[in-house]
Write a protein that binds this ligand. Structure first.
Ligand code: HEC
Ligand code: HEC
Ligand code: HEC
Ligand code: HEC
Ligand code: HEC
Length: 229
């Protein structure tokens, strides 16, 4: 089951002033979307901060990623390679649940999926409008941790949207990503990591990572066509 997202009214940030001609074109594009906006605005389902739909199985990240310490990439196997962060197939759950809690009523849909071959129908939570281009691997491979965009997933019994995922929010980081970066090899999925763990001064670390990961300049990072292509 998939839900379209609720598109919020759009306010141009201050930096955009000197890009007026481009903005006018963009706004005309925006008018194009108006019917969709009105359509979805009437829908009871939104993907605002806090959005936390009930899932077919009460799968807990707090238990599996938090207490059991399973790495995000054990289940979301494509985050480093692809735009999309894949959800785990039933096989991944059965690696453990063919021997653990085999009689649990909570796991009945997982066992049914295993028996029938039909996937568990997880409800999508984070969902950008289709005209925005987003890519997980571009972020994860440049040292942007899951926590920056998804919050303390390792403490969530039921996943909720922690950040606005609005254009202004994306741009806040794109204008000056340095302080949001972490060493990708050790910390990209580690939700307890702090800059102090690097043993380096945070400002110094930010400068080093921007250089090491060859982060592109502000003009590229804030250009419309980076996210709208
Ligand atoms: C054992 C498997 C497993 C592990 C480990 C795991 N996840 Fe998940 N994740 C799932 C499943 C299943 C779902 C879909 C059900 C749900 O939303 O809870 C999901 C959903 C999500 C979603 C919401 C997807 C959407 O629909 O928008 C995010 C974000 C997420 N996981 C991030 C993480 C992060 C970050 C970590 C590591 C801290 C992690 N996951 C570890 C299995 C896992
Ligand atoms: C690495 C092993 C492992 C994997 C993989 C795993 N689990 Fe679990 N799961 C556990 C353990 C351990 C428990 C806790 C059992 C206990 O409390 O006795 C558990 C508990 C659960 C429970 C609670 C069961 C109950 O009766 O309280 C649910 C629901 C669950 N897991 C769903 C899933 C789903 C869905 C997946 C796949 C996305 C998954 N698990 C993958 C190890 C795993
Ligand atoms: C820079 C922000 C950002 C980072 C970093 C990030 N995500 Fe996401 N994630 C998003 C956005 C935005 C979406 C919604 C994408 C869409 O609808 O096209 C999303 C969606 C997801 C989904 C649902 C499937 C999908 O791709 O739409 C999962 C699962 C997920 N993220 C897991 C992770 C994990 C695990 C990590 C860390 C390894 C991570 N994310 C890092 C922003 C991020
Ligand atoms: C916490 C910081 C942060 C946030 C939040 C963030 N990004 Fe990024 N983004 C980055 C970094 C760092 C890169 C890598 C830049 C590079 O490749 O030089 C990047 C790269 C990208 C790229 C790839 C550019 C390319 O051509 O390879 C796209 C597209 C993108 N971001 C879109 C988004 C969108 C859309 C959002 C909001 C939903 C978002 N980003 C939120 C930090 C962030
Ligand atoms: C870093 C990524 C990023 C960049 C760069 C970016 N946008 Fe966006 N834009 C987004 C996201 C994400 C949304 C969706 C916001 C939402 O759903 O609330 C969006 C939405 C929009 C919308 C639709 C608003 C609506 O209410 O329907 C327009 C128009 C738009 N952007 C124009 C622009 C223009 C013009 C530029 C260049 C000056 C630009 N964008 C640069 C990420 C970006």
């Amino acid at each position: 089951m998939q839900h379209e997202s609720y598109e919020q009214p759009f306010v141009f940030p201050k930096w955009a002033n000197y890009l007026l001609p481009v903005i006018v074109l963009g706004a005309m594009g925006g008018m194009f979307y108006l019917p969709t906006v009105v359509d979805l605005g009437a829908s009871p389902i939104t993907t605002a901060v806090g959005y936390s739909p009930l899932q077919p199985v009460p799968y807990s990240h707090a238990l599996h990623a938090g207490r059991l310490g399973i790495d995000c990439r054990y289940c979301h196997t494509t985050v480093e390679k692809a735009a999309f962060a894949a959800l785990p197939p039933t096989q991944t759950c059965m690696n453990c649940h063919s021997t653990i809690r085999t009689q649990s009523a909570l796991l009945l849909p997982v066992r049914q999926s295993w028996a029938t071959g039909f996937p568990v129908e997880w409800v999508k939570i984070h969902d950008l409008p289709h005209y925005v281009y987003f890519n997980h691997s571009a972020h994860v491979n440049h040292g942007v941790g899951c926590i920056e965009c998804h919050g303390r997933v390792d403490q969530m019994d039921q996943v909720y949207q922690a950040k606005p995922l609005s254009m202004g929010w994306c741009l806040d980081c794109h204008r000056d990503p340095g302080s949001h970066l972490r060493p990708r090899d050790v910390a990209v999925t580690d939700m307890n990591w702090t800059p102090q763990d690097s043993g380096q001064d945070p400002a110094e670390l930010a400068r080093r990572l921007v250089k090491d990961y060859a982060i592109r300049d502000k003009a590229y990072m804030t250009s419309c066509s980076t996210c709208h292509r």
